[in-house]
Each structure stands twice: as structure tokens, then as C-alpha cells.
Ligand binder design. Structure first.
Ligand SMILES: NC(=O)c1ccc[n+]([C@@H]2O[C@H](COP(=O)([O-])OP(=O)(O)OC[C@H]3O[C@@H](n4cnc5c(N)ncnc54)[C@H](OP(=O)(O)O)[C@@H]3O)[C@@H](O)[C@H]2O)c1
Length: 260
């Protein structure tokens, strides 16, 4: 029997997990959770300070982690991270595609192609790049789990959010199509989709008096999610012991949003 919390079902000992955008918000919470269940975590992101904080928090709690610079919009950066992980560990077992941005609230007629491209490049093409290069390493070893971070905005339309909604809708379909391609080759591909979670990304919305009231009225549970509530579904999908027959699906972590 494993001494880890969750026992054998969720035991990630000996697994190597890469978390994109692992320095802040949901990515940090996911990194810490995967380490708690035994994984060695490699946190990637553009800025070194938040990554260093994630690594320090994991080590302080007795876990194993290190970080590597990563810009998911740069193919060379994705390849450099992949090579560094393979050189150090010889394997990648888990990939969490969490890096994402949502900087633009405007109707389409006021959205430039450059603004569209920027969001799609991180949120959707970034997932493609990481799946393509880190997933290939999983395929070579014949096993792995990919979890893509999506949003209710991939299913429910939000005003003035065309690029973000399109990017997350794309992530959901990329997840399903890729799951099909790799289903009989040992690599599972799933997604989690969150409603409004209290992080830097949503501060402008959740801190806005009228907007937040409107959103809470629309949320069956009547509250925003906390980062610690985002990790359970990811650990489940990452853990072979718990989800070995699960691929091509999205777990909604949304306080009931998409049920209503
Ligand atoms: N918060 C919510 O309510 C919510 C709801 C649904 C879905 N999500 C999704 O959850 C994910 C995390 O969101 P969050 O709320 O935790 O946001 P956040 O606090 O703003 O963190 C975003 C993370 O992504 C990283 N990142 C951004 N651009 C990157 C790039 N080009 N390359 C590598 N890393 C990059 C950032 O690190 P650096 O800036 O240092 O690179 C940061 O670690 C996103 O995919 C988001 O769309 C969030």
C-alpha cells in the first residue's frame, strides 16, 4: 500500500510532470498538488520569480520540483524545456497545459487580428506545441497523461470574448481529436474546464461590483471557485491508477455553470 494521500489510486511517485504556467494561480496550485501526490514537478513559465516561489513551496513541503523557462508561443522554448526534462529524468509522464491569457475584452469589430492572434497563440497553439513535442516523448515510451486547462468559455459564449471563447473551444476539440489519435498508444488526453476561479486572471471581473453580482447570480453554487478547488480533477486525470480508462473527456469544475 502506498503511504501517499489517496493511496494507490492517486499515487504519482516516480512520475515526472511538466506544468506550463506553473508559477502562479491555478498552475501553482496544480504543481503543488501533483508534488503532494509524489510527482517530480517541472514548472515552466516566462518569469523566473513566480516559478522560484512554486519550487520553494514544493520543496518546503517535502516534494521534488525544479523550473525551466518556457514561452509556449516559441517552438524553440518548448523544445528546450523538453530536452532539459529528458536529459535530467529520461521521461515525461504528465503534461499539464495550463498556460493561458485573457487580456482582451472588446466586441469583434474592435478586435485587431494581432489581439486575436496573441490569445490564440498562447491558449490554443501553445497547447498544440506542447502536446506535439512533449507528447511525442510520451508516445516513444508508450505512456503518459496530458491534461489541458480549458474554461466554461469553451462551451458557453461570453460577450466581448470572441478570441478567448474560440481558443478554449479549440482546446476542447484538440483534446478530443488528439485523444482519439493516441488512445491505443498509451497516451491519454483529457481536459478540465473551470468557471470563474479567484486568480490574477479574473481579478478585474471578480472584483467588479456589478459584474461579479451578475456572474454570481448565474452560478448555481452562488460563489467563485478557489484555486485549491481546481486541483482534484487534474490529479484524477493525471493519475493512471484512478483514470486509466478515461480519455478524450473534459471534467467541468464550474460550480454548476454548465448544468444550468
Ligand atoms: N481563473 C479562472 O477563472 C479561469 C477559468 C477558466 C480557465 N482558466 C484557465 O486556467 C489557466 C490558468 O489561469 P490562471 O487563472 O491561473 O491565470 P494567471 O494567474 O494569470 O496565470 C497564468 C499563467 O500562465 C503563464 N503564461 C502566460 N503566458 C505564457 C506563455 N506565453 N508561456 C508560458 N506561460 C505563460 C503565466 O506565467 P508567466 O506570465 O510568468 O509566463 C502564469 O503562470 C489558463 O489557461 C486560463 O485560461 C482560468
Amino acid at each position: 500500500m502506498s503511504a501517499r494521500p489517496g493511496g494507490e489510486l492517486f499515487d504519482l511517485s516516480g512520475r515526472v510532470a511538466v506544468v506550463t504556467g506553473g508559477g502562479r494561480g491555478i498552475g501553482r496550485a496544480i504543481s503543488e498538488a501533483l508534488a503532494r501526490y509524489g510527482a517530480t514537478v517541472v514548472a515552466g513559465g516566462r518569469r523566473p520569480e513566480p516559478l522560484a516561489e512554486t519550487v520553494a513551496a514544493i520543496r518546503e513541503a517535502g516534494g521534488e520540483a525544479w523550473s525551466h523557462p518556457l514561452d509556449v508561443t516559441e517552438e524553440a522554448s518548448v523544445l528546450a524545456l523538453r530536452d532539459a526534462v529528458l536529459e535530467r529524468h529520461g521521461r515525461i509522464d504528465i503534461l499539464i497545459n495550463n498556460a493561458g491569457i485573457d487580456p482582451h475584452y472588446a466586441p469583434l469589430e474592435k478586435t485587431s487580428f494581432e489581439e486575436w492572434r496573441k490569445i490564440l497563440d498562447v491558449n490554443l497553439s501553445g497547447v498544440f506545441r506542447c502536446c506535439r513535442h512533449l507528447g511525442a516523448a510520451m508516445l516513444e515510451r508508450g505512456g503518459g497523461a496530458i491534461v489541458n486547462v480549458s474554461s466554461i468559455a469553451g462551451r458557453v459564449a461570453f460577450r466581448r470574448q470572441v478570441p478567448y471563447c474560440a481558443s478554449k473551444g479549440g482546446v476542447e476539440m484538440l483534446t478530443r481529436a488528439l485523444a482519439l489519435d493516441w488512445a491505443d498508444r498509451g497516451v491519454r488526453v483529457n481536459a478540465v474546464a473551470y468557471a470563474f476561479i479567484l486568480t490574477d486572471l479574473t481579478r478585474g471581473i471578480t472584483g467588479h461590483e456589478h459584474l461579479s453580482k451578475r456572474l454570481l447570480a448565474r452560478t448555481p453554487m452562488g460563489r467563485f471557485g478557489r484555486v485549491e478547488e481546481t486541483v482534484g480533477a487534474v490529479v484524477f486525470l493525471a493519475a493512471e491508477g484512478a483514470s486509466s480508462y478515461v480519455t478524450g473527456t473534459t471534467v467541468m469544475v464550474d460550480g454548476g455553470w454548465t448544468a444550468a
